[in-house]
Design a binder for this molecule. Sequence first.
Ligand code: BTN
Length: 241
Amino acid sequence: MSTGSEALGHPRVHHRLTDSTNERAKELAAAGAPHGTIVTADEQTAGRGRQGREWISEPGSALLLSVILRDLDERHSLLPLATAVAVCEAAEACAPVACTIKWPNDVWVDRKKLAGILVEGRPQAGWAVVGVGLNVSARSFPAELKGIATSLALESPAPRPQSPGAALEALLHALDHRLSDDPARVLQAWRERDALKGSRISWGDGKGRAAGVDDTGALLVETDEGRVALQAGEVHMTRGT
Ligand code: BTN
């Protein structure tokens, strides 16, 4: 995915409190920070998600990470999918959970959201920032996230200490592997974790049955009018099989 050969994680900037690690990382990238630079935080005051949503987590309870990537090649389009695979692998290395992925890159355990990914970039300038929020030790969520969000601590059968620090190590290791992996292997790993395949879904003004992803990472959907490929956006599972 990236031609950078150094391991991810150096240099590291850690904030106890910041608005958004993605915002800080984008500033650093624009100022020339090298490939592999990471920004982490204990707490964000303006954590951002996809589609203009906010990302909320209790201080110290989630891994909040943004990684600067440079020298991106034509496989850039698979970055969100490769990151989702890496997050699944890191989560499973930290706790006895089985992760699936809701297209394009929400990481689920039992259909509840464990982690979210926000990729932002400036392709003309040759860099991207990959932001990951992974719920680690949270044992409860605000009312609006009840039944929607989960954490490694909640999904582990025995009370095991879960720390964002351990999750960071596992995630950097998995990202190092998946971001330089062969695109065909990334796609295969993603497809094995596809949470939507075969389910009825809806989006904007469309509906149909999810039929996997094509080789660019677009979501394929069988509709009454035929097969369509969604390049971006948000889809929802609907009732029925
Ligand atoms: C989503 O689920 O919509 C994506 C959520 C991404 C949240 C992470 S937390 C670290 C990084 N900084 C941000 O402001 N957002 C990402």
